[in-house]
Design a protein around this ligand. Structure first.
Ligand SMILES: Nc1nc2c(c(=O)[nH]1)N[C@H]1C(S)=C(S)[C@@H](COP(=O)(O)O)O[C@H]1N2
Ligand SMILES: [Mo]
Length: 376
């Protein structure tokens, strides 16, 4: 662990000004797919349409494989629990919108070379599992506890550092109820799919995806801040690689439009017929409850308040919004923007950082509205 294959952990590369997406980025993009934006229509994303992000390989865990989860480190009594023992404990189901911290990366200039997301690294699922705080209480967290480290069964090498995928949470977040962190064994009422962490994963509602460790096999309470690669090197907001940066934590507000009309195959730009159109989409924020969703049909010059559907008591799930519009012949750029109750909103100009994280720049959807009677 922490063994270096290269002499140093090299920062991720920045693409040259007009460098296109390379083979390395394409290979990542075919493994890690996004949500087709038309699937924003579903309250709960159907399995297979939820986005995916896996740094290394998906572990092969056939049904019936023993999966002892350990809870150890700075605790009074270490636990080892199998799946049946976890399922026998109190269970909670929460609807959660999860988003990758790298969402929006490929839209940045210069582009940090990594998984090249546009805006589609999001999905919503109903996760069922045991509240983590109950397991930690059962193990008895020692007073000197600082962090709780979560280790996945996947293993790889990243920028020269060989590692198991590991992330930590501050002990007060791990023990908290807002959000309530889950050790989940079911997604949408069924056992987890292999690519989503079968048989166990962490769910941290409102936090970016990197915190939600898949193929979870070990929980370790530490008395010093965790300094593993995914905590101290990756997933920090830095302006340059020398900058210590700030950790990436909760999801920034974002609204996405379901692209209206029909797409052009290659460019995916949209074609519409003139007349009334319902512009609709989803909005969410992990930082504070959502306050509003707005829509622009003139590339962000003017904004109109959309009707935001009530959250139905589901704080951690996206909300539907809609606005009626009359499409007129010509070209338009449609955008949506979310604002939360603490006033966090989406920028019209990029907020760049070295890793390409938390880029919630407003979405732009170019549409061509045809003349009446035209066919494309
Ligand atoms: N063990 C492990 N857990 C992981 C990852 C990983 O590579 N390995 N990727 C993380 C990242 S960066 C994201 S965005 C989410 C994606 O979860 P999903 O693939 O179920 O959508 O899982 C997180 N948990
Ligand atoms: Mo991610």
């Amino acid at each position: 662990m922490g063994h270096r294959l290269a002499d140093a952990s090299t920062p991720a590369r920045l693409a040259a000004p007009d460098e296109g997406i390379g083979r390395d980025e394409l290979a990542l993009a075919t493994r890690n797919h996004g949500l087709p934006l038309e699937a924003l229509r579903y309250d709960v994303t159907p399995p297979g349409l939820h986005y995916l992000l896996t740094h290394y390989d998906i572990p092969y865990v056939p049904d019936g494989t023993p999966w002892p989860l350990t809870v150890g480190g700075r605790v009074r009594r270490a636990l080892q629990l199998d799946l049946a023992e976890l399922r026998a404990r109190p269970q909670v189901t929460t609807r959660v919108t999860m988003e990758c911290a790298g969402n929006g990366r490929a839209l940045l200039a210069p582009r940090p070379v990594s998984q090249p997301w546009l805006v589609e690294a999001v999905g919503t699922a109903e996760w069922t599992g045991v509240p983590l705080r109950l397991l930690l209480a059962e193990a008895g967290v020692q007073p000197e506890a600082v962090d709780v480290v979560f280790t996945g069964a996947d293993h790889g090498v990243e920028r020269g550092v060989e590692q198991d995928y590991q992330r930590s949470l501050p002990v007060e977040v791990a023990m908290g109820t807002e959000p309530e962190v889950l050790v989940a064994y079911a997604m949408n009422g069924a056992p987890l799919l292999p690519q989503h962490g079968h048989p166990l994963r962490l769910i941290v509602p409102g936090w970016y995806g990197m915190a939600q460790v898949k193929w979870l096999r070990e929980i370790t309470v530490t008395d010093a801040p965790f300094t593993g690669f995914q905590q101290a090197v990756a997933y920090r907001l830095r302006q340059d690689s020398a900058d210590e940066g700030r950790p990436v934590t909760r999801i920034e507000p974002r609204a996405l439009l379901i692209p209206p009309g029909f797409p052009d195959f290659m460019s995916r730009s949209r074609v519409l017929r003139p007349g009334p159109v319902t512009l609709e989409g989803r909005a969410w924020s992990g930082r504070a409850p959502l306050a509003r969703a707005e829509v622009s049909t003139d590339a962000g010059r003017t904004w109109h308040e959309a009707e935001l559907e009530p959250d139905g008591g589901r704080r951690w799930a996206w909300r539907r919004w809609h606005l009626e519009w009359t499409a007129t012949p010509g070209e338009h750029v449609l955008s949506a923007r979310a604002t939360d109750a603490e006033g966090h909103t989406q920028p019209l100009e990029q907020h760049w950082n070295r890793g390409g994280f938390t880029n919630n720049l407003v979405q732009r959807v170019p549409v061509l509205c045809l003349e009446p009677g035209d066919t494309d």
